[in-house]
Design a protein around this ligand. Structure first.
Ligand code: UDP
Ligand code: MG
Length: 329
C-alpha cells in the first residue's frame, strides 16, 4: 500500500487550524492509503503551538515539528520535507487557500505515472494589485530563467519520493521550493483548481517577505541579471561613442561652440545610475554566496511530536541528506 505525507507550514494560524485539521484529515481518511500530516510550526506565538500538540496527542499520524523561531515559509517547508518518508508527499499552505479536497485528484494524476503534480490556480482570490504583482513576478521569472517554472503553481503540489529525496539533497540555503521542484525535472504536470480566499486573518507572508522571496527566485534561477550589467555596459559605451562622434563633428566640421553642461551632466548621472544598478546586482549574488559559505542551518528544530526517528540532517536543518552531523571541534 502506498503512503502519503502532507506537509503544512503553520505560522500563527490559530483561527484556521481547527477547520484546516478537520478538512485535511477528513480528505486523507477517505483515501485508500496510509497517511501522516506533518505540521511545521514556524515559531507561532498565538496558541497554535498548544493546539498542534493537542492534535498530535489525539492522533499518532499527526506529526508536529516545532521550529525554534520563525524561519520563514520556505525554510518551514524544507524542514517538513526533510521529515517525510512516504511514497508521495503533498505540500499545502495552512490557510486553506489550497483546498485539501483537491488532494484525491493530485493523487490520481500521480498514480497515472507523473513525478510531480502541481495544483495550478485557475483564479487568484486576492486583491487586484497583489494579483497583478504575482503575474508580473511569473512573467519576469519566465523571461529570466532558462528553467520552465510553471506560472501560478505555488507550493500546493504532490511530489514523488524520488523528487523529494532530490530536493532534500540540495544543499542551497535560499530555497524557493517551486523552483527546486521544477529543477528536478521528470514527468511534471498540472491540475487546475479554484484557489480560495484565505480562511481567516491577514496573510502571514508580509509584502517584504514576498519581495525577498521574489528576488531569491530571480537570483537563484537565473544569471541574466548579472549579464544585464554587461549588456548595459555595452549599450552605454555604444551611446558614449555616438556622443563622441557628435562632439568631434561639431568641433571639426560645423565649428559651432559646444554648450555642453546639460549633456555632460545627463550622461554622468546616467552612467552613474547604471553603475549603481550593476553593483547592486553583483551585490545580490555576492550576498547569497556569503550566506551559502556560512553553512548555517536553514532551520533549527526545537522539538517534535510523533516522530520516532529523527533524521539528523533534519534536526540540524541543512537538508543535505547527510545522516550524521560532525561534532564541533
Ligand atoms: N507561513 C510560515 N512562515 C512564515 C509565513 C507564513 O510558515 O513566516 C505559512 C502560513 O502559516 C501559511 C503559509 O505559510 O500556512 C502561507 O502563508 P500566507 O498565506 O501568509 O502567504 P501567501 O498566501 O501570501 O503566499
Ligand atoms: Mg495565503
Amino acid at each position: 500500500m502506498n503512503t502519503l505525507d502532507a506537509v503544512v507550514p503553520v505560522y500563527n494560524e490559530i483561527e484556521i487550524l481547527p477547520e484546516l485539521h478537520r478538512r485535511l484529515t477528513g480528505v486523507l481518511e477517505g483515501l485508500p492509503l496510509e497517511w501522516r500530516v506533518i505540521y511545521v510550526n514556524d515559531g507561532s506565538v498565538d496558541g497554535s503551538t498548544a493546539r498542534l500538540d493537542a492534535y498530535a496527542d489525539a492522533d499518532p499520524r499527526v506529526v508536529i515539528v516545532h521550529l525554534a523561531r520563525n524561519f520563514g515559509q520556505q525554510a518551514a517547508i524544507a524542514a517538513g520535507l526533510s521529515q517525510t518518508d512516504a511514497d508521495a508527499v503533498i505540500l499545502l499552505d495552512g490557510d486553506l487557500q489550497d483546498p485539501p479536497e483537491v488532494i484525491p485528484e493530485l493523487l490520481e494524476t500521480w498514480k497515472a505515472g507523473h513525478d510531480v503534480v502541481y495544483a495550478v490556480k485557475r483564479k487568484r482570490k486576492e486583491a487586484l494589485p497583489k494579483r497583478a504583482l504575482f503575474s508580473l513576478f511569473y512573467l519576469i521569472l519566465g523571461k529570466l530563467s532558462s528553467l520552465e517554472i510553471p506560472a501560478n503553481a505555488g507550493n500546493f503540489s504532490l511530489m514523488d519520493r524520488r523528487v523529494v529525496d532530490t530536493i532534500n539533497a540540495m544543499p542551497e540555503h535560499n530555497r524557493y521550493v517551486s523552483g527546486l521542484r521544477a529543477y528536478v525535472g521528470g514527468s511534471q504536470t498540472g491540475v487546475e483548481f479554484e484557489r480560495e480566499a484565505r480562511y481567516a486573518g491577514q496573510p502571514r507572508q508580509s509584502p517584504l517577505k514576498l519581495f525577498r522571496m521574489a528576488i531569491d527566485a530571480f537570483v537563484s534561477y537565473s544569471e541574466v541579471p548579472l549579464r544585464l550589467a554587461t549588456v548595459m555596459g555595452f549599450v552605454v559605451s555604444g551611446m558614449a561613442f555616438l556622443v563622441l562622434l557628435n562632439v568631434l563633428w561639431q568641433k571639426l566640421v560645423s565649428g559651432e561652440a559646444i554648450l555642453g553642461w546639460a549633456s555632460v551632466m545627463t550622461s554622468v548621472l546616467f552612467i552613474g545610475g547604471i553603475q549603481l544598478i550593476a553593483i547592486g546586482m553583483i551585490g545580490e549574488y555576492i550576498g547569497r554566496i556569503y550566506t551559502e559559505t556560512k553553512h548555517r542551518p536553514n532551520w533549527i528544530v526545537d522539538r517534535s511530536r510523533n516522530l520516532d526517528s529523527e533524521p539528523t540532517a533534519a534536526r540540524a536543518g541543512r537538508a543535505t541528506g547527510v545522516k550524521e552531523v560532525a561534532p564541533p571541534g
